[in-house]
Design a protein around this ligand. Sequence first.
Ligand code: SAH
Length: 373
Amino acid sequence: MNKSSFSSLGFADLAAGENLGRAELARILGATEPAEIEAVRAAAERVLLENCGDGVYLRGLVEASNACACDCFYCGIRKSNRNVHRYTLEADEIVACARQCAEMGYGSMVIQSGERSDKKFIDLVAGAVERIKAETRSEEEPEGLGITLCIGQQTYETYKHLYEAGAHRYLLRIETTNPELFAKLHPEDQIFESRVECLVMLHDIGFQVGTGVMIGLPGQTLDDLAGDILFFRQHDIDMIGMGPFIPHPDTPLGGEPFPDVKDRVRLALLMIAATRLALRDVNIASTTALQALDPIGREKGLKFGANVIMPQVTPQDVRRDYQLYPGKPCLEENAGECQSCLGMRIEFAGRKIGYHQWGDSLHARKRRERTKA
Ligand code: SAH
């Protein structure tokens, strides 16, 4: 297509295109007029409903520990932040959260933490995973609760150990796929290529693999974000979790000027839509950071093509200590209140809750079929 016909395409036509490339994705991400944004949104919602149906899958989120060995310049629980009260849940507490997920019909849970690779912590997580699998199996749900881990970069052996313990999905955000930008956001010993290698190892071991980026990082361009989407495709990613960057005052990036909140939310929603349009059959989470900036941010995420929500199940007394960014919602509610509130929110978005199921992405299911055949 020549340049002039490309630029004259309307957003609806643009969004309907298959195999979107970098320039087209960047253009979608740059939509500003309400009519343009609505054209992108409607196309993303249509692609989601046609490919994945109207189910919204739930993963109860347990923030198992805020102890962290990393010093990411953006993150509120970075090791150098002395204002954080550090905690690590006991195995019993993690298992109790899992039981709560099973009772509420969530079907799946995510165990997330700061990054630690010491044996004590890995044994704690692996032990909890084994117990959860054993204790949540029933006649109705012979596979037990689905378990996703999000505990950072680890060795191949550790990942394998955690997989064998019974976790079947792993989330590791790449944060940004622009290596220069990555280097500006992390200390020298945190290396972009090592993080990419972890994603490759996770696939290799058999995990369904999730990754994602922060949206609106200082210096990040629309072209960078378009490149992020192509990276997801290139790495055969099954699940995506992305959210707006929100400066945390106790971090080196805390003083970053924050643009208009509406602009940041719009860009995050367009990123969800563009990812849906480009990847079609993956799971995309509507993340809590979206809701931190907009009281109905997560519902909007669903309307822009997301199909996963992660309700809080972290014990209330430590929720406040796990603040990656300021303004985290749901600090006061208990898990039951989060459940009923979410039910209403999902119905409001015109969608159905996928209770009692793992809710693996269609992308992962297709790969499984291919490898069986
Ligand atoms: N230690 C784990 C879990 C990280 S916390 C790991 O390395 O995978 C989950 C995510 O929170 C991070 O991957 C990052 O994308 C996001 N996050 C951290 N600080 C943030 C901030 N200031 N604004 C928005 N998102 C942030």
